[in-house]
Write a protein that binds this ligand. Sequence first.
Ligand code: N01
Length: 574
Amino acid sequence: MDSHVSSERASEVRLAGPKLAATRATALLSEPKDPGMNASNQATSVDVVIVGAGFAGLYQLYRARKAGLTARVIEAGEDVGGTWYWNRYPGARCDVESLDYSFSFDKELEQEWTWSERYATQPEILRYIKHVAERFDLARDIQFRTRVTRAVFDEQRKRWTVGTDAGESFDAQFCVLATGCLSIAQAPDFKGLSSFAGKWYHSADWPKEGVDFTGKRVGVIGTGSSGVQMIPLIAEQAGQLTVFQRTANFSVPAQNESLDEEAVRHAKAHYGERRASARESSNGLYLEANDKSALEVSEDERLREFEFRWKGAGGGFRMLRAFNDLLLNETANEYAADFVRSKIRAIVREPKVAELLCPKKDLRFGTKRLCVDSGYYETFNRPNVTLVDVKAAPIEEVTPRGLRTTEGEHELDVLVFATGFDAMTGALRAIDIRGIGGQSLRERWAHGPRTYLGISCAGFPNMFIIAGPGSPSVLSNVVHSIEEHVDWVTRLIQHARKRNADRIEAEAEAENDWVHHVNEVADRTLYPRGNSWYVGANIPGKPRVFMPYVGGVPAYRRILKEVAESGYRGFVLS
Ligand code: N01
């Protein structure tokens, strides 16, 4: 086998072949080499340990310092960036507009940084994150190339002991998990992967030096957001590209474009209004919503609106907001689904390929995360691109020469997994977290994640999750949600300190009520019906629970505000 898995990330990619599974399990579950002590046999003591140096970890560090707290960030990668550090595959870019997918906490930062495109590429976002780290002098409190393996709460001392794979130990009053919702990559369990004579890669562990596909026979497995972004670019380089599709998902065009000087000047002059308007929208995005039902308008008006969102208005997630009931009403949803299918049939010249790319009736539009692409469907008109239906003819094994489905062998030089993540809970469960009485978070979440407000867990005092399960997180502009959580958690810590409380814990009843509320709100929508990573459907054996909070960004913010104003109802401060 000649595979690329960077040594930094080796323990992150879920390699499930028998031998490789052992490697990963060992890496994930191993104890720190010398639990409890660092090189000088002393646990480093700080007020807050922050796990992860992506958007969330960096901002938490900034806010902790401002609040007069000492903090240490521990990060597995060699540099800042989180998801934008690891996901360097061709075509990787954010499908939230760059003007919105950026920090709002510092007005000077907002004015000095200039985005070049409507949807920023991964390298540009990484440059931005590095700029933020430099501008606020954050790196001096970040320890890179170190993975947190264990966190144990000491009830007597009311402090966390956080252990790393380097055998170090940190002693902290608070532990903030800024581990990201999509950070444990999932490569499926294909028999024979170790026998493959070519090279293979995972979208979330892409080599820094890039991959040259020129003239190669390339196979891509997976047609979610990552696959849909990389396929058009790989097709331009490869000799032959074979796309192995199990489920056709809906994709809408990004309508990406350069931001000219005038657009940037206007956006910067009105940044405050833009952010305020985004915060009042259900997903925290600055996208005009149409408040009409898809059922109350004529067919002409409906098609005009869909067409406008597909093209004229600027593409992307605008389509989800074409009408107010697309994710609430089956008929409304079917109108949107039919519209996208009609577009696929109009773009893809070969009717059989077009039909295969059309999502089936049982997949409701938007219930599996909508993909946003640049030239995805058009790519299937290229003579060097083949689509293989691995639902009809499942993959049997990887062979030394390629990939065998039940219909035959496909010879390949390179195999790319765009197979997704153990989302939302994967990175949290990867750490052996022990709360009161040695209770393990993994066991506590055996039937799905349980949080109060998506921030805190009963039985795990002084531990906070940023944009965790049970919060709008992945259904929102996550940078906005991160800022909101970090601000809120920091104020809660300050509130407790003012009252000389050194232990903050969610009440079990408050957690139960919140879990109930999260499910109740989700069940009013079509979301839970999709077989998506939102419900853990992509991970065999994962409990089926709708994990994000679908109540919307403004409603969620009001709840956070009320809880804070009530003196942090649902928390015990002692
Ligand atoms: O992963 P996915 P992703 N055999 O889980 C297929 C964010 N993101 O990395 O649908 C064959 O969506 C699987 O098939 P199926 C974004 O939130 C954001 O693409 O399970 N196929 C599916 O097609 C996104 O939603 C950006 O039947 C197998 C694909 O692999 C999230 O990350 C960019 C298989 C996985 O799709 C995850 O996206 C990129 C198997 N054994 C990603 N196993 C932005 O722009 C899995 N598949 C911000």
